[in-house]
Design a protein around this ligand. Structure first.
Ligand code: ATP
Ligand code: MG
Ligand code: MG
Length: 550
């Protein structure tokens, strides 16, 4: 295993440790429990937990749960399951920002006492108008000069539930003319009645904002390096302002890195939630989704996702990562680890006219051509076989190396056969092939001629019927919704193709969900949880080769 590649965050940590600023490092992964984790979160998880492991520090799992309307324990549970599945462990270091609500409230009182926060009666809309724009300075709220005593009184009454939703906020008193809009008296607290918070129930009707909660939670937990994505760069002065003006036990440092963007998908939780709720996909774990639950069901391994994150690296420049990079990580993993099997996706019957109908022979195939330790398996061979429709052509294109009328092909691990006759229905569709076996070709080249093509097959008598689901990219374009159009218009209508009449080899009869295979000449597949006894269901994880035209 290669040592982790260095990056600018590691360099900062190395310098901080060398300067004696810290004697240990502490990071955190702070998801909001309002959706399932996606591949972008994996980058943040791998970074935060990975640093803690490498530097013998700690990484907290902290739920950033300040927005109870959109949050739910379903998401708390799925996030924990996904972080564990990725291979990381927070031990007993699981926290909720809501654990700190009382402490945060006390910090707010400290700010009010220093005349650094005030209760403002502007509506949400007026607050926005007063804040100004990038080119226009903000204006002071008419409530900005309230006395400390009045602010303390009003803030306590906000907590006790005296005022309605949206009627008052607590705002930091910073600078309405700051070029950084985040510093123009940002809102610290909002009133929300009647919501049942998944952790604190109905204890509060006053909720702190993310920008206020995040730095103080970091400080309370003794986080040394608080890593977040680049869009929070402009929030850093507010982050520092919060920890500089209340009596926190430590001073974390916020460092921004570029978020992961992936081609042909969407990653904002709002859009992912819409795809699920509008049933444009089959749930959060639909194998086309970029969620970790979706990727898991698709057959991705945790190791491949961690390797992908490593290959993407950590920088400060935004970029759009090619799908091919994600796919090459799983292909490399499965090429080494997945046992080989034969599965016929679009079965076409072949009757071997010179093979005894009652003969049952076993042929031996290796489970992995490059790894003898994975052993061999024995496969029944008989007079009736299934091959793939795509491996036969009456009018073959140029360079077609599979079966044609009068032509020969090798059946993988078995004999060379010749196609003697094509049986068709009245409309001319091919129903069945009649072929003959060259008995001298088991494990040997035929005499006096070259047979180039090798195709896969299964014996009809012992084949297991299976369902196979083929997936393509969820969107037709690299950046769905680019240029202001509705991203839904870019959905790929052919992203799922379900083949219900597949025939697979008997070794696949009792697979359990999550088992991964290479189906020879087709790609890598995983058994889906919909698998039933004697009725396996497989998902295409990735094809054998990069088809992205790179
Ligand atoms: P969204 O904007 O879609 O709601 P979010 O960033 O608000 O996503 P959180 O649950 O708050 O979602 O994210 C938890 C952590 O994961 C944050 O620290 C965030 O920076 C990080 N993260 C989220 N998306 C990405 C991404 N695409 N690349 C890297 N890190 C990400
Ligand atoms: Mg969010
Ligand atoms: Mg967030």
């Amino acid at each position: 295993v290669d040592p982790p590649r260095t990056n600018f965050i590691r360099q900062i940590i190395d310098a901080d440790l060398a300067a004696g600023k810290h004697d240990r490092i502490a990071t955190r992964f702070p998801p909001e429990p309002n959706g399932y984790l996606h591949i972008g979160h994996a980058k943040s998880i791998a970074l935060n937990f990975g640093l803690a492991l490498d530097y013998h520090g700690t990484c907290n799992l902290r739920f950033d749960d300040t927005n109870p309307l959109k949050e739910d324990v379903e998401f708390v549970d799925s996030i924990q399951a996904d972080v564990r599945w990725l291979g990381f462990d927070w031990g007993d270091r699981r926290f909720f920002a809501s654990d700190y609500f009382e402490q945060l409230y006390q910090f707010a009182i400290e700010l009010i006492e220093q005349n650094l926060a005030y209760v403002c009666d502007l509506s949400a809309e007026d607050t926005r108008t007063y804040r100004g724009t990038l080119t226009e300075p903000g204006r002071d709220s008419p409530y900005r000069e309230r006395s400390v005593a009045e602010n303390l009184d009003l803030f306590a009454r906000m907590r006790s539930g005296e005022f309605g939703d949206g009627s008052r906020t607590l705002r930091a008193r910073i600078d309405m003319r700051s070029p950084n809009i985040n510093l123009r008296d940002p809102v610290l607290y909002r009133i929300k009645h009647g919501v049942i918070h998944h952790q604190t129930g109905s204890a509060w009707c006053l909720y702190p904002t993310y920008d206020y909660t995040h730095p103080l939670s970091d400080a309370l937990e003794g986080i040394t390096h608080s890593l977040c994505t680049l869009e929070f760069e402009d929030h850093r002065p507010l982050y520092d302002w919060c920890i500089d003006h209340v009596s926190v036990p430590s001073k974390p440092r916020q460092i921004e890195f570029s978020r992961l963007n992936l081609e042909y998908t969407v990653m904002s939780k709002r859009r992912l939630t819409e795809l699920v709720s509008e049933q444009l996909v089959n749930g959060w774990d639909d194998p086309r989704m970029p969620t970790l639950a979706g990727l898991r069901r698709r057959g991705y391994t945790p190791a491949a996702i961690r390797e992908f994150c490593e290959r993407v690296g950590v920088t400060k420049s935004d970029n759009l990562v090619e799908m091919a990079l994600l796919e090459s990580a799983i292909r490399d993993d499965l090429d080494a680890s997945a046992p080989r099997r034969m599965a016929v996706l679009r079965p076409l019957k072949v009757v071997l006219t010179n093979y005894p109908a009652d003969n049952h022979e076993l042929v031996t195939l290796s489970n992995h051509p490059k790894d003898a330790s994975m052993g061999n398996r024995e496969l029944p061979f008989s007079a009736e076989l299934w091959i793939d429709h795509n491996d036969f052509a009456e009018q073959p294109p140029k360079d077609f190396k599979r079966l044609i009328p009068g032509g020969e092909v090798r059946l993988r691990g078995a004999y060379v056969i010749r196609c003697d006759e094509v049986i068709k229905d009245a409309a001319g569709a091919v129903l069945e092939l009649r072929a003959s076996v060259d008995f001298a070709t088991l494990g040997k080249n035929p005499e006096g001629r070259k047979v180039k093509g090798v195709i896969h097959w299964v014996a009809a008598a012992t084949a297991i019927p299976a369902e196979i689901r083929l997936y393509d990219r969820l969107f037709r374009v690299p950046t769905p919704g680019a240029g202001g159009t509705d991203y839904r218009a870019d959905l790929n209508p052919n992203s799922l193709q379900v083949l219900t009449d597949c025939m697979v080899e008997p070794a696949l009869a009792d697979v359990t969900a999550g088992e991964r295979f290479q189906f020879e000449r087709e790609g890598y597949f995983v058994a889906d949880p919909d698998t039933a006894p004697a009725r396996p269901v497989f998902n295409l994880t990735v094809g054998l080769r990069d088809i992205w035209g790179k």
